[in-house]
Ligand binder design. Structure first.
Ligand code: IPE
Ligand code: IPE
Ligand code: MG
Length: 237
């Protein structure tokens, strides 16, 4: 019998290349974002099929607010619409939906829809689907540092007793296991301020495919590649 394949608990994807995908077709950048939603659906289904327990997606960075207003508006509308549209599928596949990031920058309407979606899917237990919205790794560490500083209130004993788990538990990802695998599409090989703390020991796969072309087959190929990796965590066998 073939040895059982090692499945990552948490897969995270930096979904990149929508704009280029659209440009290649002589279309507006937003057309690429629309098509990217299909890849989100495909990777969510593939995660459920493979038994991955957490799938997180970098959908919009803190830096992405600096894009032209039209594109930002279109992206926010698209988040809203796709989230609402996916509700039935989430229930059918027992997907718990979570949004993490600097939510103070999102509109009231979007925040209300997110809260509603999170509440209604809260007890689903097959897959946790995390959307990082208005997120950056440095922002996450900064907000954790602020919270910890407040709690310690200058008390030297408490400050001295701080350890790594105190940082973990104040990041927005508290309670979520660190990503075993981070995939970035579109051929770019950088982190772009994503999961800086949590990705300390993640495996990386850089796919040349643009996000709208990254479907089930590509996702399963990445899982195969992950299964071959030797994770040493600085130790020797
Ligand atoms: C990823 O695709 C989606 C977001 C960052 C919101 P891009 O919009 O970055 O597409 P490219 O990288 O310009 O092709
Ligand atoms: C990273 O992609 C952010 C998301 C995928 C949401 P970008 O396209 O914004 O990153 P850079 O500008 O190429 O580093
Ligand atoms: Mg990009």
């Amino acid at each position: 019998m073939e040895a059982e394949k090692r499945i990552p608990t948490h897969v995270s994807i930096i979904m990149d290349g929508n704009g280029r995908w659209a440009r290649e077709r002589g279309r507006e950048r937003v057309f690429g974002h629309f098509e990217g939603v299909e890849s989100v659906r495909a990777c969510t289904e593939a995660s459920v099929e493979a038994g991955v327990r957490y799938l997180s997606l970098f959908a919009f960075s803190e830096e992405n607010w600096g894009r032209p207003g039209e594109e930002v508006d279109a992206l926010m509308k698209l988040m809203f619409k796709s989230m609402v549209n996916e509700f039935e599928t989430f229930m059918k596949n027992r997907v718990r939906f979570v949004v993490l990031g600097n939510r103070s920058r999102l509109s009231e309407t979007l925040n209300a829809a997110i809260d509603d979606m999170m509440a209604r899917t809260a007890s689903n237990d097959q897959l946790t689907l995390i959307l990082f919205l208005s997120y950056s790794g440095k922002w996450d560490i900064l907000q954790a540092a602020r919270a910890i500083a407040l709690e310690c209130a200058g008390d030297p004993e408490r400050i001295d007793a701080l350890d790594f788990s105190d940082i973990d538990s104040h990041l927005v990802t508290a309670g979520i296991p660190d990503p075993d695998l981070i995939i970035r599409t579109s051929g770019e090989q950088r982190l772009s301020n994503y999961l800086l703390w949590q990705g300390a020991y993640s495996e990386f796969i850089f796919s040349p495919l643009l996000w709208p072309d990254f479907r089930k087959e590509a996702y399963f190929d990445a899982l195969d590649e992950f299964a071959k990796r030797d994770r040493r965590y600085g130790k020797v066998k």
